[in-house]
Design a protein around this ligand. Sequence first.
Ligand code: FMN
Length: 297
Amino acid sequence: MIDAGSLAYGNAKTTRFMDRGDDEGWLGVQLVGCNHERITRAVEILNQHDFNVLDFNLGCPVPKVAKKGAGAVLGQNVDEAVKCFELIKKLSRHPLSAKIRILDEQDPETTLRLVKGLTDAGAQAIAIHGRVKNKFYAGPVYFDIIAAAREAVNIQIIANGGITSAATYTEIRKKTGCDTVMLARGAMGNPWLFRELSDKDNYIPPNSEELCDEMELHVMEMISYYGETLALRIARKVILDYLRSRGFPGKIKSRVSFLHTTEDFAEFMKIVREGPSERYRQWQKVYPMSDRRLLLT
Ligand SMILES: Cc1cc2nc3c(=O)[nH]c(=O)nc-3n(C[C@H](O)[C@H](O)[C@H](O)COP(=O)(O)O)c2cc1C
Protein backbone atom coordinates (compact mmCIF):
# COMPACT_ATOMS: atom_id res chain seq x y z
CA MET A 1 0.00 0.00 0.00
CA ILE A 2 1.41 3.33 -1.08
CA ASP A 3 0.11 6.68 0.08
CA ALA A 4 -0.65 8.96 -2.87
CA GLY A 5 0.65 12.02 -1.01
CA SER A 6 3.97 10.42 -0.08
CA LEU A 7 4.48 9.30 -3.65
CA ALA A 8 3.38 12.62 -5.13
CA TYR A 9 5.60 14.72 -2.90
CA GLY A 10 8.77 12.79 -3.27
CA ASN A 11 9.27 10.59 -0.24
CA ALA A 12 12.06 8.55 -1.81
CA LYS A 13 11.46 5.58 0.49
CA THR A 14 7.91 5.19 -0.84
CA THR A 15 8.94 3.67 -4.17
CA ARG A 16 10.78 0.94 -2.23
CA PHE A 17 7.37 -0.62 -1.66
CA MET A 18 7.44 -1.44 -5.37
CA ASP A 19 10.69 -3.41 -5.22
CA ARG A 20 10.30 -7.02 -6.20
CA GLY A 21 12.49 -10.08 -5.83
CA ASP A 22 13.89 -11.89 -8.85
CA ASP A 23 11.56 -14.78 -8.13
CA GLU A 24 8.45 -12.61 -7.87
CA GLY A 25 6.74 -12.64 -11.22
CA TRP A 26 3.53 -10.84 -10.37
CA LEU A 27 3.18 -7.56 -8.53
CA GLY A 28 0.13 -5.57 -7.50
CA VAL A 29 0.56 -2.03 -6.22
CA GLN A 30 -2.08 -0.55 -3.98
CA LEU A 31 -2.73 3.18 -3.81
CA VAL A 32 -4.42 4.93 -0.90
CA GLY A 33 -5.54 8.54 -1.01
CA CYS A 34 -8.48 10.88 -1.52
CA ASN A 35 -7.04 14.16 -2.77
CA HIS A 36 -7.48 14.45 -6.56
CA GLU A 37 -4.32 16.42 -7.13
CA ARG A 38 -2.19 13.93 -5.17
CA ILE A 39 -3.84 10.96 -6.80
CA THR A 40 -3.17 12.50 -10.23
CA ARG A 41 0.50 13.05 -9.50
CA ALA A 42 0.85 9.60 -7.87
CA VAL A 43 -0.71 7.81 -10.86
CA GLU A 44 1.58 9.73 -13.23
CA ILE A 45 4.55 8.41 -11.23
CA LEU A 46 3.11 4.88 -11.08
CA ASN A 47 2.73 4.95 -14.87
CA GLN A 48 6.53 5.05 -15.07
CA HIS A 49 6.78 1.70 -13.26
CA ASP A 50 6.01 -1.81 -14.41
CA PHE A 51 3.66 -3.97 -12.39
CA ASN A 52 0.58 -6.06 -13.04
CA VAL A 53 -2.37 -4.40 -11.36
CA LEU A 54 -3.10 -1.12 -9.63
CA ASP A 55 -5.46 -1.54 -6.70
CA PHE A 56 -7.28 1.33 -5.01
CA ASN A 57 -7.65 1.03 -1.24
CA LEU A 58 -11.14 1.84 0.04
CA GLY A 59 -11.00 -0.38 3.11
CA CYS A 60 -8.15 0.67 5.40
CA PRO A 61 -9.52 1.74 8.84
CA VAL A 62 -6.28 2.73 10.60
CA PRO A 63 -6.36 6.25 12.11
CA LYS A 64 -3.39 7.49 10.05
CA VAL A 65 -5.38 6.84 6.87
CA ALA A 66 -8.91 7.47 8.21
CA LYS A 67 -8.12 10.95 9.58
CA LYS A 68 -7.20 12.08 6.08
CA GLY A 69 -10.55 10.80 4.77
CA ALA A 70 -8.93 8.03 2.71
CA GLY A 71 -9.26 4.22 2.77
CA ALA A 72 -12.41 2.96 4.53
CA VAL A 73 -13.64 6.51 5.22
CA LEU A 74 -13.56 7.29 1.50
CA GLY A 75 -15.26 3.93 0.82
CA GLN A 76 -18.20 5.06 2.95
CA ASN A 77 -18.59 8.14 0.74
CA VAL A 78 -19.66 6.19 -2.32
CA ASP A 79 -19.96 9.06 -4.80
CA GLU A 80 -16.56 10.52 -3.94
CA ALA A 81 -14.93 7.06 -3.92
CA VAL A 82 -16.23 6.41 -7.42
CA LYS A 83 -15.04 9.86 -8.57
CA CYS A 84 -11.52 9.07 -7.34
CA PHE A 85 -11.63 5.72 -9.08
CA GLU A 86 -12.80 7.36 -12.35
CA LEU A 87 -9.87 9.73 -12.09
CA ILE A 88 -7.44 6.82 -11.65
CA LYS A 89 -9.05 5.04 -14.59
CA LYS A 90 -8.63 8.12 -16.78
CA LEU A 91 -4.93 8.43 -15.96
CA SER A 92 -3.57 4.94 -15.32
CA ARG A 93 -2.03 2.61 -17.88
CA HIS A 94 -2.45 -0.41 -15.57
CA PRO A 95 -5.36 -2.83 -15.09
CA LEU A 96 -7.39 -1.63 -12.10
CA SER A 97 -8.98 -3.27 -9.08
CA ALA A 98 -10.31 -2.05 -5.74
CA LYS A 99 -10.28 -3.30 -2.18
CA ILE A 100 -13.34 -2.37 -0.13
CA ARG A 101 -15.14 -3.27 3.07
CA ILE A 102 -18.82 -4.02 3.33
CA LEU A 103 -20.67 -0.82 4.27
CA ASP A 104 -23.51 -2.37 6.27
CA GLU A 105 -23.84 -5.75 7.98
CA GLN A 106 -27.56 -6.18 7.27
CA ASP A 107 -28.52 -4.20 4.20
CA PRO A 108 -26.48 -4.92 1.04
CA GLU A 109 -27.70 -1.79 -0.79
CA THR A 110 -24.90 0.66 0.04
CA THR A 111 -22.20 -1.94 -0.59
CA LEU A 112 -23.85 -2.76 -3.92
CA ARG A 113 -23.92 0.92 -4.87
CA LEU A 114 -20.17 1.11 -4.28
CA VAL A 115 -19.45 -2.17 -6.08
CA LYS A 116 -21.57 -1.20 -9.11
CA GLY A 117 -20.10 2.31 -9.20
CA LEU A 118 -16.53 0.97 -9.20
CA THR A 119 -17.43 -1.64 -11.82
CA ASP A 120 -18.95 1.02 -14.09
CA ALA A 121 -15.84 3.14 -13.52
CA GLY A 122 -13.61 0.35 -14.86
CA ALA A 123 -12.63 -1.95 -11.98
CA GLN A 124 -11.73 -5.38 -13.31
CA ALA A 125 -11.89 -7.01 -9.88
CA ILE A 126 -12.99 -6.00 -6.40
CA ALA A 127 -11.79 -7.60 -3.17
CA ILE A 128 -14.38 -7.31 -0.42
CA HIS A 129 -13.50 -7.60 3.27
CA GLY A 130 -16.75 -8.76 4.87
CA ARG A 131 -16.49 -6.58 7.98
CA VAL A 132 -17.55 -2.94 8.38
CA LYS A 133 -14.97 -0.24 9.13
CA ASN A 134 -15.89 0.10 12.82
CA LYS A 135 -15.16 -3.58 13.44
CA PHE A 136 -11.58 -3.20 12.19
CA TYR A 137 -10.41 -6.84 12.03
CA ALA A 138 -12.67 -8.49 14.62
CA GLY A 139 -15.97 -10.29 14.57
CA PRO A 140 -17.88 -12.27 11.99
CA VAL A 141 -17.50 -11.91 8.25
CA TYR A 142 -20.81 -11.12 6.53
CA PHE A 143 -20.75 -13.63 3.70
CA ASP A 144 -24.22 -12.77 2.38
CA ILE A 145 -23.24 -9.16 1.60
CA ILE A 146 -20.24 -10.41 -0.40
CA ALA A 147 -22.55 -12.95 -2.12
CA ALA A 148 -24.99 -10.16 -3.08
CA ALA A 149 -22.11 -8.17 -4.59
CA ARG A 150 -20.90 -11.18 -6.56
CA GLU A 151 -24.37 -11.63 -8.02
CA ALA A 152 -24.77 -7.94 -8.87
CA VAL A 153 -21.77 -7.53 -11.20
CA ASN A 154 -19.91 -9.47 -13.86
CA ILE A 155 -16.38 -8.72 -12.72
CA GLN A 156 -14.32 -10.86 -10.36
CA ILE A 157 -15.30 -10.48 -6.72
CA ILE A 158 -12.60 -11.65 -4.31
CA ALA A 159 -13.89 -12.70 -0.89
CA ASN A 160 -11.82 -11.70 2.12
CA GLY A 161 -11.96 -12.09 5.89
CA GLY A 162 -11.21 -14.76 8.46
CA ILE A 163 -9.47 -17.41 6.31
CA THR A 164 -7.12 -19.31 8.60
CA SER A 165 -7.54 -22.93 7.49
CA ALA A 166 -8.93 -25.23 4.80
CA ALA A 167 -12.24 -25.26 6.70
CA THR A 168 -12.65 -21.46 6.76
CA TYR A 169 -11.51 -21.28 3.10
CA THR A 170 -14.19 -23.79 2.07
CA GLU A 171 -16.80 -21.94 4.13
CA ILE A 172 -16.17 -18.50 2.62
CA ARG A 173 -16.14 -19.91 -0.93
CA LYS A 174 -19.38 -21.80 -0.37
CA LYS A 175 -21.23 -18.99 1.41
CA THR A 176 -20.17 -16.19 -0.96
CA GLY A 177 -20.09 -18.18 -4.20
CA CYS A 178 -16.69 -16.58 -4.95
CA ASP A 179 -14.04 -18.65 -6.74
CA THR A 180 -11.31 -16.29 -5.63
CA VAL A 181 -10.39 -15.40 -2.08
CA MET A 182 -7.79 -13.20 -0.42
CA LEU A 183 -5.74 -14.43 2.49
CA ALA A 184 -4.44 -12.00 5.09
CA ARG A 185 -3.66 -12.58 8.78
CA GLY A 186 -4.10 -16.34 8.37
CA ALA A 187 -0.92 -16.46 6.29
CA MET A 188 1.14 -14.29 8.64
CA GLY A 189 3.60 -16.60 10.38
CA ASN A 190 1.90 -19.45 8.57
CA PRO A 191 2.93 -19.52 4.90
CA TRP A 192 2.01 -23.24 5.05
CA LEU A 193 -1.61 -22.09 4.80
CA PHE A 194 -1.19 -22.10 1.00
CA ARG A 195 -0.06 -25.74 1.17
CA GLU A 196 -2.97 -26.55 3.47
CA LEU A 197 -5.48 -25.09 1.00
CA SER A 198 -4.10 -27.08 -1.92
CA ASP A 199 -3.45 -30.37 -0.06
CA LYS A 200 -6.67 -30.21 2.00
CA ASP A 201 -7.12 -33.52 3.91
CA ASN A 202 -3.62 -34.65 2.95
CA TYR A 203 -2.02 -31.55 4.42
CA ILE A 204 0.98 -32.11 6.64
CA PRO A 205 1.84 -29.14 8.88
CA PRO A 206 5.46 -27.99 9.12
CA ASN A 207 7.61 -29.76 11.67
CA SER A 208 9.74 -27.83 14.12
CA GLU A 209 12.79 -27.78 11.83
CA GLU A 210 10.82 -26.53 8.82
CA LEU A 211 9.22 -23.85 10.99
CA CYS A 212 12.59 -22.67 12.27
CA ASP A 213 14.24 -22.75 8.83
CA GLU A 214 11.44 -20.67 7.31
CA MET A 215 11.37 -18.16 10.15
CA GLU A 216 15.16 -17.80 10.01
CA LEU A 217 15.14 -17.34 6.24
CA HIS A 218 12.39 -14.72 6.55
CA VAL A 219 14.24 -12.71 9.19
CA MET A 220 17.67 -13.04 7.51
CA GLU A 221 16.18 -11.77 4.23
CA MET A 222 14.62 -8.86 6.13
CA ILE A 223 18.06 -8.07 7.58
CA SER A 224 19.70 -8.09 4.16
CA TYR A 225 16.93 -5.89 2.72
CA TYR A 226 16.27 -3.38 5.51
CA GLY A 227 19.55 -3.51 7.41
CA GLU A 228 19.95 -4.99 10.89
CA THR A 229 18.45 -2.30 13.13
CA LEU A 230 15.26 -1.61 11.19
CA ALA A 231 14.79 -5.26 10.22
CA LEU A 232 14.93 -6.54 13.77
CA ARG A 233 12.47 -3.90 14.89
CA ILE A 234 9.96 -4.91 12.22
CA ALA A 235 10.78 -8.61 12.59
CA ARG A 236 9.59 -8.84 16.21
CA LYS A 237 5.99 -9.06 15.05
CA VAL A 238 6.95 -11.52 12.30
CA ILE A 239 8.73 -13.82 14.78
CA LEU A 240 5.78 -13.77 17.20
CA ASP A 241 3.46 -14.64 14.31
CA TYR A 242 5.56 -17.74 13.55
CA LEU A 243 5.62 -18.81 17.20
CA ARG A 244 1.93 -18.21 17.90
CA SER A 245 -0.22 -21.26 18.74
CA ARG A 246 2.72 -23.60 18.27
CA GLY A 247 3.42 -24.33 21.90
CA PHE A 248 6.39 -22.04 22.48
CA PRO A 249 6.40 -20.85 26.09
CA GLY A 250 5.90 -17.22 27.09
CA LYS A 251 9.47 -16.95 28.37
CA ILE A 252 10.78 -17.56 24.82
CA LYS A 253 8.32 -15.08 23.33
CA SER A 254 9.22 -12.40 25.87
CA ARG A 255 12.84 -12.49 24.61
CA VAL A 256 11.68 -11.25 21.21
CA SER A 257 11.54 -7.60 22.33
CA PHE A 258 15.25 -7.77 23.19
CA LEU A 259 16.49 -8.78 19.73
CA HIS A 260 18.62 -5.96 18.35
CA THR A 261 21.41 -7.61 16.37
CA THR A 262 21.94 -10.58 14.04
CA GLU A 263 23.91 -12.24 16.88
CA ASP A 264 20.94 -11.77 19.28
CA PHE A 265 18.74 -13.42 16.68
CA ALA A 266 21.16 -16.34 16.16
CA GLU A 267 21.24 -16.97 19.94
CA PHE A 268 17.46 -16.74 20.09
CA MET A 269 17.09 -19.29 17.26
CA LYS A 270 19.17 -21.80 19.22
CA ILE A 271 16.53 -21.72 21.96
CA VAL A 272 13.63 -21.84 19.50
CA ARG A 273 15.20 -24.86 17.79
CA GLU A 274 14.85 -26.77 21.07
CA GLY A 275 11.17 -26.92 20.12
CA PRO A 276 7.84 -26.27 21.81
CA SER A 277 7.05 -26.88 25.47
CA GLU A 278 6.62 -30.31 27.02
CA ARG A 279 3.01 -29.46 27.83
CA TYR A 280 2.29 -28.83 24.14
CA ARG A 281 3.91 -32.15 23.22
CA GLN A 282 1.72 -33.98 25.72
CA TRP A 283 -1.35 -32.16 24.44
CA GLN A 284 -0.58 -33.13 20.85
CA LYS A 285 -0.22 -36.76 21.89
CA VAL A 286 -3.76 -36.68 23.22
CA TYR A 287 -5.18 -34.71 20.26
CA PRO A 288 -2.81 -35.55 17.36
CA MET A 289 -4.51 -33.63 14.53
CA SER A 290 -6.46 -31.08 16.52
CA ASP A 291 -3.90 -28.33 15.90
CA ARG A 292 -2.63 -28.24 12.36
CA ARG A 293 0.02 -25.59 12.99
CA LEU A 294 2.95 -27.77 13.99
CA LEU A 295 3.80 -31.43 13.47
CA LEU A 296 5.88 -32.95 16.22
CA THR A 297 8.26 -35.64 15.12
C1 FMN B 1 -1.15 -5.81 9.68
C2 FMN B 1 -2.15 -5.69 8.57
C3 FMN B 1 -1.84 -4.94 7.43
C4 FMN B 1 -2.76 -4.79 6.41
N1 FMN B 1 -2.43 -4.06 5.32
C5 FMN B 1 -3.32 -3.94 4.31
C6 FMN B 1 -3.00 -3.20 3.15
O1 FMN B 1 -1.91 -2.63 3.02
N2 FMN B 1 -3.92 -3.12 2.17
C7 FMN B 1 -5.16 -3.73 2.29
O2 FMN B 1 -5.97 -3.65 1.36
N3 FMN B 1 -5.49 -4.42 3.37
C8 FMN B 1 -4.61 -4.55 4.37
N4 FMN B 1 -4.95 -5.26 5.48
C9 FMN B 1 -6.28 -5.89 5.58
C10 FMN B 1 -6.26 -7.30 5.02
O3 FMN B 1 -5.97 -7.28 3.64
C11 FMN B 1 -7.63 -8.00 5.22
O4 FMN B 1 -8.62 -7.28 4.54
C12 FMN B 1 -8.04 -8.11 6.67
O5 FMN B 1 -6.96 -8.45 7.51
C13 FMN B 1 -9.16 -9.15 6.82
O6 FMN B 1 -8.75 -10.42 6.43
P1 FMN B 1 -8.33 -11.53 7.54
O7 FMN B 1 -9.51 -11.62 8.52
O8 FMN B 1 -8.16 -12.79 6.74
O9 FMN B 1 -7.10 -11.06 8.19
C14 FMN B 1 -4.04 -5.42 6.52
C15 FMN B 1 -4.35 -6.17 7.67
C16 FMN B 1 -3.43 -6.31 8.68
C17 FMN B 1 -3.82 -7.11 9.91
